[in-house]
Design a protein around this ligand. Structure first.
Ligand code: GLU
Length: 422
């Protein structure tokens, strides 16, 4: 049954399914429960005609996949990217289910995606597309149903437009429908930093377990978006040297350290890192293979593969991105045994944790200080780390499988107790 063709079938969906099966095997999950825990609950596909600035109308396609609605409203970001596919969104939705469950959030899992290169759009075109997408998914979402958030290619401004469209439809201000909003519209302090802050927190905690000192740590970050740039900043302030960064145009490598502030200013001005003078220009592929203590893939899926897994020269991989490591690469890395991995569902969970805090603040109309946010975030990260470490010892499995065993078992138990409908 597990190898049946579905509408989601694709390499990245298969990757998520294979990871699931490894955890379900350890749990000894019976076939029926296994299939209904694994398979996404439902998806919507929307066609969105958008008037471009030229006056012409272009038709865009978008998705929202709700993987799990059994343990609370679904939760997960919306991606704007030219390579988005339904199978990818389904895999990302599945990972949201395990991530939320792993860290103990009262949510299911979902993800949205629109096939578009937002870089090619004007702000007004992007606004019309964002509003149209929200209009189309409005019947399927809400603070008690499914709560979107930012992902690759979307940001607080996009969340603001979407929240406004939803609220106008309802007739009242409803900030709890979406997270990652600007502070002026019910956003939480610390949400922008949260994912990168969490990645950095895990890197520090695991380096400490490994006995590596901060001053000797070099870090390469693939992807200089929200997650990568915030993780780099947090690790730099802690004392690490950031020796490599990259974006969709390529990488910059400098063994003496990269000036992050200059890089951020350069990208703000030039829209990419291309031509940044602070180091040697490399391709993204080359950058991953440079020597460093910590490698942080913080861009897209499937960048650590059978091709390069044997050539990596780091001691720790911190998965800021979702799904950056293929099943084959996982196998090679575990055979090598000299590189530790902090798996995505654990490593980047800081984002959705602070999204949860944002939603709570919206529902209560009571807002927290940044210290309260970070304090509560760090506590949840510490708790999740301890339970993953304990589970890894218990089953003598990879850290990824341990994290998934925890995330998956809570969802499957809830499904088993509820019955066949949820
Ligand atoms: N898109 C982010 C993720 O992959 C955040 C999701 C959220 O905050 O709901 O975890």
């Amino acid at each position: 049954m597990s190898h049946h063709q579905t509408i989601y079938s694709s390499p990245v969906f298969q990757q998520a399914c294979n990871q699931f099966d490894a955890a379900a095997d350890i749990l000894g999950m019976e076939a029926g429960l296994r299939e209904r825990t694994k398979r996404p609950r439902r998806c919507v596909v929307v066609a969105m005609p958008v008037r471009m600035d030229s006056g012409k109308v272009e038709l865009f396609e978008g998705y929202r996949v709700q993987h799990n609605l059994s343990t609370g409203p679904a939760k997960g970001g919306i991606r704007f990217h030219q390579d988005v596919t339904l199978g990818e969104v389904a895999a990302l939705a599945m990972w949201m289910s395990w991530k939320c469950s792993l860290v103990g959030l009262p949510y299911g899992g979902a993800k949205g995606g629109v096939i578009v290169n937002a870089r090619d759009m004007s702000a007004t075109e992007l606004e019309r597309l964002s509003r149209r997408y929200m209009q189309e998914i409005t019947p399927f979402i809400g603070p008690n149903v499914d709560i979107p958030a930012p992902d690759v290619g979307t940001n607080a401004q996009v969340m603001a437009w979407m929240m406004d469209t939803y609220s106008n439809h309802k007739g009242y201000y409803e900030p709890g429908v979406i997270t990652g909003k600007p502070i002026s519209l019910g956003g939480s302090l610390g949400r922008t930093e949260a994912t990168g802050e969490g990645v950095a927190w895990f890197v520090k905690a695991y380096l400490e377990d490994m006995g590596v000192e901060a001053e000797k740590t070099t870090v390469i970050v693939q992807g200089f978006g929200n997650v990568g740039s915030e993780a780099a900043r947090a690790l730099y302030h802690w004392g690490a040297e950031i020796t490599g960064i990259s974006d969709f145009t390529g990488g910059i490598y400098n063994p003496k350290g990269i000036d992050l502030k200059a890089a951020a200013e350069y990208t703000a001005k030039n829209k990419s890192l291309k031509g940044f003078p602070g180091g040697e220009a490399l391709t993204n592929e080359q950058l991953l293979e440079q020597p460093c203590t910590v490698l942080i893939p913080a861009a897209l899926e499937r960048v650590i593969t059978a091709e390069n897994a044997g050539k990596l020269k780091c001691r720790l991989i911190a998965e800021g991105a979702n799904g950056p490591t293929t099943n084959e690469a996982d196998q090679i890395l575990s055979q090598r045994g000299d590189i530790q991995i902090i798996p995505d569902v654990l490593c980047n969970s800081g984002g959705v944790i602070v999204s949860y805090f944002e939603w709570l603040q919206n529902l209560q109309n009571y807002y927290w200080t940044k210290n309260e946010v970070f304090d509560k975030l760090h506590r949840m990260l510490a708790k999740a780390k301890a339970s993953v470490d304990e589970t890894q010892k218990k089953y003598n499995c990879s850290r990824r499988t341990a994290a998934l065993v925890l995330g998956i078992s809570r969802v499957s138990e809830a499904k088993a107790m509820r019955g066949l409908f949820p």
